[in-house]
Design a protein around this ligand. Sequence first.
Ligand SMILES: NC(=O)c1ccc[n+]([C@@H]2O[C@H](COP(=O)([O-])OP(=O)(O)OC[C@H]3O[C@@H](n4cnc5c(N)ncnc54)[C@H](O)[C@@H]3O)[C@@H](O)[C@H]2O)c1
Length: 474
Amino acid sequence: MNSPANPLRICCIGAGYVGGPTMAMIAKQCPDIQVTVVDLNQSRIDQWNSDVLPIYEPGLKEVVEEARGRNLSFSTDVEGGIRGANMIFISVNTPTKTHGLGAGRAANLEFVEKCARRIAECSQGHKIVVEKSTLPVRTAEAGKRILRSSSSGATFDVLSNPEFLAEGTAVSDLLAPDRVLIGGESSEAIEQLAQVYERWIPRQKILTTNLWSSELSKLTANAFLAQRVSSINAISALCEATGADVDEVAKAIGSDSRIGPKFLKASVGFGGSCFQKDILNLVYLCQHFGLSEVAMYWEQVVKMNDYQKQRFSTRIIRTMFHTVSDKQIAIWGFAFKKDTNDTRESAAIYVCRDLLEEGARLVVYDPRVSEKQIRHDLEDVFKDSSLEVSQRHKRLIETNVSIASDAYQASEHAHAIAVMTEWDEFKKLDMKRVYENMYRPAFVFDGRNILDEAVLAKIGFEVHGIGRSNKFTN
Ligand SMILES: NC(=O)c1ccc[n+]([C@@H]2O[C@H](COP(=O)([O-])OP(=O)(O)OC[C@H]3O[C@@H](n4cnc5c(N)ncnc54)[C@H](O)[C@@H]3O)[C@@H](O)[C@H]2O)c1
């Protein structure tokens, strides 16, 4: 493959936060390889073909614009994409199951299975199928069985090539990854994929393993990262109770080279589509193999995260004289982290839910998240077990939630500000101007510890950060 007689042609099924950026990077780095990204979602594909991409990532637009129309295309023709390629990436979503066996823990592999069946139906000759989605261990085995059932006589090699990019830094992560992992059985197929990455990534960073090690490494990496966040968040509760400062503790322990400084930022809790889903998946796998102690150990990472979000809402309510009813709270940031428009599992959703239940009026501002997405997420979080939203909750979202066009507007006439996302622009605001337009006492609940408490206190704010007892009450 990839000889003049048989050039490499890539198709990626799934044009989401992973499929879009990874394929755009491959197309940019390998101008001689045709890359087609296909998805069933017409509006997503239309956006990839427009000036306003469906996802926000710093630097992504430039990468897409360089390759689109040259050797990168986006289409809804899934079958055509599969037929025309000899290497097919599966990059579809694998959310946590909401019903049936393993509900609330196991990954829903419906979309992956549908892709495998589609590939089996439309393929001819030999193809390499690459699992890019995060999958439970031994999914490749199931994939191989489905592919083997292809009636057209096509043959397949299956590789696992999990993606380690982080949203918000996807382009730089793809440009210079710590490592690329390729798991598989056929050394020839592994080599073909390795040669693609080798165009811009040093060979020693391309690790090869067996299929199962590769699948398990992705779940384990996310579990370890989330565990660090939950560990420092657990300590933040103790700091608030004792007068220690969690950022000082994080710096002190992070200076130990055995621990290291990364991922020790205390916050209102981690979000995003992956950490919780992948840990729960790991928990489910452990339970399946009868390892209940191991399952409980990892499950605690998720429980600690839920506790952290709920502790933040409770702190707001208690501090504001035990009631937020009819009080206006500015919600600064709604994305699960800065530099992305992704809101999946964002802590802001859960904090807003708790505050709305208490009757607060919320004015939300996020530089990249649309009003439609914010309202959709809030409706979603109020769904009951039959996936219905009560009339009361619908009304609450309609009457008590409004969207502002900047942080100043959100905090006008507010009783409090809750910083939910660490967007850089929040650090550059004229906080005197913010203060002048708020009610007194003007509370700030900094869920990301990004604002300078001493400066804010001097202006007159009452500031409550994560993992800090409040030294600055007026
Ligand atoms: N988001 C991240 O930061 C990240 C990082 C690493 C790995 N992952 C993993 O990558 C996978 C994809 O995640 P994502 O965030 O890109 O998801 P996403 O929801 O943004 O995108 C998935 C896309 O797949 C499409 N799709 C689903 N079924 C399809 C089918 N049968 N045919 C064609 N298209 C189909 C959907 O329409 C959607 O556009 C997941 O397994 C996730 O765990 C995500």
